[in-house]
Design a protein around this ligand. Sequence first.
Ligand code: DOR
Ligand code: ZN
Length: 438
Amino acid sequence: MLLIKNCKVLVGNDFLERNIFVGDDGKVQRIAVAAELKTADEVVNAAGKYALPGAIDVHVHCREPGMTQKEDFLTASRTAAAGGVTTIIDMPNTKPATTTVALLEEKRKLAAAKCIVNYGFHFGATAGNIEEIKKAKNIAAVKVYMGSSTGDLLITDEQALNTVFSSGKRIAVHAESEELIRANTEIFRNVEIKDAAESHLMMRGTDAAKREVARAIELAKRNKARLHLCHMSTKEEAEIMASAKGAVTCEITPHHLFLTAESAGELGNYAKVNPPLRTKEDVAALWNAITDGVVDMVATDHAPHTREEKEKDYWEAPSGMPGLQTMMPLMLDAVNKNRLSLQQLIKLTSGSPAVVFGIKNNGKIAVGMDANITLVDMKEEKTIKNEDMLTKCGWTPFNGWKVKGAVAATIVNGKIIYSSGQITDEKTKGKEAVFNGN
Ligand code: DOR
Ligand code: ZN
């Protein structure tokens, strides 16, 4: 039995001081006003802290198998734990890509042996693996790259897309028009790249995202697919999503909410990411979309690459940046700055991901739910530093940022795995998330 004493918990729409009892089965057993005279093996004094339902990040590149110089299931889950993320959903663009049931099973074994937070998987779509897609069990979604990025997963052919969209599985799309990206990239081929973020934005402009999101929505309508839009990053997409609300869900990354191509210039290739960092106007539109309830969730698109890889020439450097450990601190800081409420943050980081992807027993703190809990201190001020990052890549685009609001402890299945800046339990492994209806 674990007792989390005197924490503030969301009850209805208010935060009230409560004691949370967690049973040995890792589930929330009781939420009470009084700490009662019950024996608990372990007592956490959480006075002054908020107990939030553990963050669920539906967009994580754990890089295993095949790219373990960047990350693996242990390091991805350590940086998740330090960031207050209790469930990570892995992306299929590994080496090999997760496009067969056999490869998914291999990945399951790797994660089960190493992952210290809970985990789940997206399955990769190719132009020819529809039978495997149909057979895949307990996946979050089928990931369709409609624009190329890290790895070689890409489908542009209309017929192949129809086939995948009609599989009956939830579809998660990376929607950037490959045709427009290629045409615009050609223009830059012989130009000297001075500012990676600005140039990348010109090559992968707003038009590429807008066109492909509209196409994905059409495909979903035609094939009656449940559609999830990954990393919405532009004003135009936010407008499309506002009118498609209900039929399609979407996520936004912290880097698209906190960085712009103009301001990230000094990061060089470290700011190279797909979709690219956008403009101030886009960022403002994304925050408005959060306020208006158009955004379902925040997901990191944690995509670590080594410094050595990022230090290469623009054309050689891979796209992507880590984000698991910095999402909650950045979002808590935004709460402190009144950009959103703590209730909204809970919905964006836990409630909605659990509902949209049908993750069993997650997304809120209530009796009978799995005890996945992030304890946060809203008053603690910290500076985000490269050297504190537990991701294998060892850097963050937010190095040097001062934030108010910090993760104090992370509890997964009733076990404290991170507390006061340290990973406290690496032996206990996480469980595979159970997805209802996929
Ligand atoms: O920047 C990105 N990096 N975007 C993606 O879609 C993939 C990711 C990666 O895996 O590196
Ligand atoms: Zn991604």
